[in-house]
Design a protein around this ligand. Structure first.
Ligand SMILES: N[C@@H](CCC(=O)N[C@@H](CS)C(=O)NCC(=O)O)C(=O)O
Length: 234
């Protein structure tokens, strides 16, 4: 049995989607990020970085794993699925996984911060992160022009990138004129395990289609977290 510590965010959903795809039994512990539960001592013992997601594998002497990319690799290697075992196939999955961990995630994350949460509107910062996200989307679109998935068969690389790209409207980044990316977004969205993973836990608001009022409420809560967390006061 696996304990999953998570919240309704792209990084959290990566792991619940992978667990659902793999059919691994798990217990979800949804943390209240706005209340900084992820900074409490009991959780820091699991993830010293104080962020979700993290897992504890009870069947493996309570082995703890943090960083969503590392969790995906752990689950793929534990089951022998969602990532090929041969050196080149594995490398391709790792390349597109790292592309998400070092590119798509940080750039869209900062686009969200400056476009949605920061009290000051710093237009050059918004332009920088939205522009860089859009550039990375074009790289994905180019790859998907002649590949059904990012790296061979459907893999943890698709799950990691998809969980972020699907929230593009929240980041203010368009997928217009990127037909291959759109095709891939829709194909993965249609997978039953993906639908289930997105409910673990469900988003309080659907990032792509909520009312302005709900969006403002969500942004205000995220802003509070930003201001009380380490990002602005250390
Ligand atoms: N690189 C980390 C990023 C984790 C991360 O930033 N988690 C966010 C939610 S998506 C979080 O826990 N934020 C709460 C906080 O910063 O205190 C990963 O991929 O696991």
């Amino acid at each position: 049995m696996i304990d999953l510590y998570s919240a309704a965010t792209p990084n959290g959903h990566k792991v619940s989607i992978a667990l659902e795809e793999l059919g691994l039994p798990y217990t979800l512990h949804a943390l209240e990020l706005n209340q900084n539960q992820q900074k409490e001592d009991w959780f820091l013992a699991i993830n010293p970085n104080g962020r979700i997601p993290a897992i504890v594998d009870r069947a493996e002497d309570n082995f703890a794993v943090f960083e969503s990319g590392a969790i995906l690799v752990y689950l793929a290697e534990k089951t022998g699925r969602l990532m090929p075992a041969d050196v080149k196939g594995r490398s391709q999955v790792m390349q597109w996984l790292m592309f998400q961990m070092g590119g798509i995630g940080p750039m869209m994350g900062q686009a969200n911060v400056f476009y949605r949460y920061f009290p000051e509107k710093i237009q050059p910062a918004i332009d920088r992160y939205q522009g860089e996200s859009r550039r990375l989307f074009k790289v994905l679109d180019g790859r998907l022009r002649d590949h059904e998935f990012l790296a061979g068969d459907y893999s943890i690389a698709d799950i990691a990138n998809w969980a972020w790209v699907r929230t593009h409207k929240w980041s203010g980044v368009s997928v217009e004129d990127l037909p291959h990316l759109q095709r891939w977004i829709d194909a993965i969205r249609a997978r039953p395990a993906v639908e289930k993973g997105l409910q673990m836990p469900p988003s309080p608001r659907e990032l792509n289609s909520s009312s302005e009022e709900e969006a403002a409420k969500f942004s205000a809560a995220a802003r509070t977290m930003l201001e009380t967390g380490q990002s602005r006061n250390t």
